[in-house]
Design a protein around this ligand. Structure first.
Ligand SMILES: [Zn+2]
Length: 266
């Protein structure tokens, strides 16, 4: 049994229902911001020169939109490597985190450079971090109609196999249906990107990825975003600074070659 397909009806804009939103601003605790700038300060102090470094922004699993900490992975001595944060490198750091925390973006410093914006070199890293974060932090952001040309509506046990040769999509129901709309889940995810400089400046972006559950249609976008500081009562203690100093000494190695980003800007 075959009914008039939806494509025969006048097509309208696909239906879309928003179910959740992704962050529009970068939320960060005072502690996390203080720690980021402290790392830059320690780099200068320990290595006696300002070096660029990168880290990950960390959040509690139960509140993934708020950056509560900065994670410092082993920064490569080879600046070619630094320029490209590979998925393996993020995964390695992710595995070292406690169960209740997650990575929700990345942060890096341009050190003493007067280049106060994200550079072209940073773009590949945004994409890599976004892929990684979204794979673990996706949520249902919408239901969106999949426009189907020539939808075939069939009733269970009442059609011949040969009939399946028709229609672009067959919907088999247990009762007679004359009209149907297919709405797929749109999963969405985000990742934060922050760039800072020794002089105290910072710039933020939020990168978004949305993907249709059935269609596989993927949409990537980004926006510049304000930094919203949240006071959760925590501040960097002297003991934490000592631990951080050790981390900076071990994980950030002075580079004798100019960073790729510097070359790019020359
Ligand atoms: Zn950069």
């Amino acid at each position: 049994m075959r009914f008039k397909s939806l494509s025969d009806l006048k097509r309208q804009k696909p239906k879309e229902v928003t179910l959740a939103t992704l962050p529009q601003e970068v939320s960060m605790t005072h502690y996390a911001k203080e720690k980021a700038f402290k790392i830059s300060e320690l780099v200068l102090e320990i290595h006696e020169e300002s070096y660029e470094w990168y880290g990950f922004t960390i959040a509690d699993k139960e509140n993934p939109e708020l950056i509560t900490d900065i994670g410092l992975p082993q920064n490569d001595q080879n600046l070619q490597e630094y320029a490209a944060i590979g998925p393996a490198r993020i995964a390695e750091y992710y595995d070292s985190l406690s169960e209740d925390t997650i990575i929700n973006g990345w942060i890096h410093s341009h050190g003493a450079l007067q280049y106060m914006h994200f550079s072209h070199t940073d773009e590949a890293n945004h994409a890599t971090v976004l892929d990684f974060v979204t794979a673990r932090l996706r949520k249902t952001v919408a239901k969106k109609e999949i426009p189907i040309q020539d939808l075939q509506l069939l009733v269970k046990d009442e059609f011949e196999e040969k009939e399946l040769e028709e229609g672009s999509v067959s919907l088999i129901t247990d009762a007679v249906v004359s009209e149907a709309i297919l709405m797929e889940t749109i999963y969405g995810g985000f990742s934060y990107s922050i760039v800072i400089g020794d002089e105290g400046w910072h710039e933020q972006e939020i990168h978004y990825q949305e993907r249709g559950m059935i269609s596989g249609h993927t949409h990537v976008s980004m926006k510049s975003a304000d930094l919203i500081l949240i006071d959760n009562g925590r501040s960097l203690t002297q003991a934490e600074i000592i631990v951080l100093s050790k981390e900076v000494a071990e994980k950030i190695q002075p580079n004798t070659n100019p960073p790729t980003e510097v070359i790019e800007r020359m």
